[in-house]
Structure formats: structure tokens, C-alpha cells
Design a protein around this ligand. Structure first.
Ligand SMILES: [Zn+2]
Length: 194
């Protein structure tokens, strides 16, 4: 287990390694700022900081929801190969089970943020998000389908190395989104037209 003091010292050494002077005025607070930033952007390693995912019983308000529900938003993560930013949009959809649970919409973004807050590859990030939401919806009456598409831009490819546009699309489709072409097409139309 590495202490905060040791981590700070390693950052000082890295600043020296890249050719800068860690003692100059502009860099004096940098190791501490980086540690505070790590605490935020890498909180996804700490199970105690997992978001609680509120769900509701379908039909609770007298209406049974069994149509596609879609949520979209942004994500920011870091690639595990270069520790460079991956950012982009996520598109999440699910079809509730009439006897199952409904997700609180704001919770989807929280799960995306939590799973993004560790070193990732885009494919695993998609998996992690879907697994957590799937778990929250329960296995007794699982949703009829779950879909997630991530449209990511990879700074490790755009700002270094190949210096080419680093666009990447990954998806994770379960249930009707995998098995029913019409359902998948409806969702993909939304994703592609956005
Ligand atoms: Zn990378």
C-alpha cells in the first residue's frame, strides 16, 4: 500500500523526469492538486463510492411501462494504455419488464461516471456500465432488453502517436436489442441521427 506522501514524491520525480523543475513557483502546488484530482477521477476504484441506484416497481403509479426508454449524456474516462482522456457520448436504452423494475433516470449518468472513473478500455467501460445497471434491475424479472453505445474520442490517438482522429464506437446489446432487428434498428436510428 503506497502512502499519499510517497505518491506525492513520485509525482515530483515525474515532473523532474519530463524535464521541468518541480521547485519552480508554478509547479509547487501541482503534486497536491494532482493527488486531489486523482481522488476524484479515480474514485471508480473505491466500492464505497459506488452510486446507489434507485429503482421503482413497474406499475407502481398505475401505468405499466414496456416501451423503450432512452437516456444519453457525456462520459470522461482515461485509457489504460496511455492514461490519456477518452471522452464522448453514451446512449443507453432499456425495455422494462412489465413485472420488473424501472430505473431512476438520473442514476444512469451516475453509473456511467463511476465506471468511467478508473483506467479503462472503451469496450470494458461499456460492459461495466451495463453490468451495474443490469444488476440494479434485478434477475427475477429482468428487462426485455438493454443497449449501450459509447461514441468515444481517444486523445492518445489524436494528440500523440498516430495523430489521427481517434473516434471509436463500442456497443453492448442484450435481449431484444440483440435478437430483434426492429428494436435494434429503432435504437440505432436514434444513436446515428444524434
Ligand atoms: Zn491509449
Amino acid at each position: 500500500m503506497i502512502t499519499e506522501q510517497q505518491a506525492r514524491q513520485h509525482i515530483v520525480e515525474l515532473l523532474e523526469y519530463i524535464g521541468d523543475d518541480p521547485t519552480r513557483e508554478g509547479l509547487q502546488g501541482t503534486p497536491d492538486r494532482m493527488l486531489r484530482m486523482f481522488n476524484e477521477i479515480f474514485r471508480g476504484y473505491d466500492p464505497a463510492r459506488k452510486p446507489t441506484i434507485t429503482t421503482f416497481q413497474n406499475g407502481r403509479d398505475g401505468i405499466i411501462y414496456d416501451d423503450m426508454i432512452i437516456d444519453k449524456g457525456n462520459f470522461y474516462s482515461l485509457c489504460e494504455h496511455h492514461c490519456r482522456t477518452i471522452f464522448g457520448e453514451y446512449y443507453f436504452a432499456y425495455i422494462p419488464n412489465p413485472k420488473g423494475r424501472i430505473l431512476g433516470l438520473s442514476k444512469i449518468g451516475r453509473v456511467v461516471d463511476y465506471c468511467s472513473s478508473r483506467l479503462q478500455i472503451q469496450e470494458r467501460l461499456a460492459r461495466d456500465i451495463v453490468n451495474m445497471l443490469q444488476e440494479a434491475l434485478g434477475t427475477e424479472y429482468p428487462p426485455q432488453g438493454i443497449a449501450l453505445v459509447l461514441k468515444g474520442r481517444h486523445m492518445c490517438k489524436e494528440s500523440r502517436g498516430a495523430r489521427k482522429e481517434g473516434h471509436m464506437i463500442s456497443s453492448c446489446l442484450i435481449g431484444d436489442f440483440r435478437d430483434d432487428p426492429a428494436t435494434r434498428a429503432e435504437f440505432m436510428r436514434f444513436v446515428n441521427n444524434d
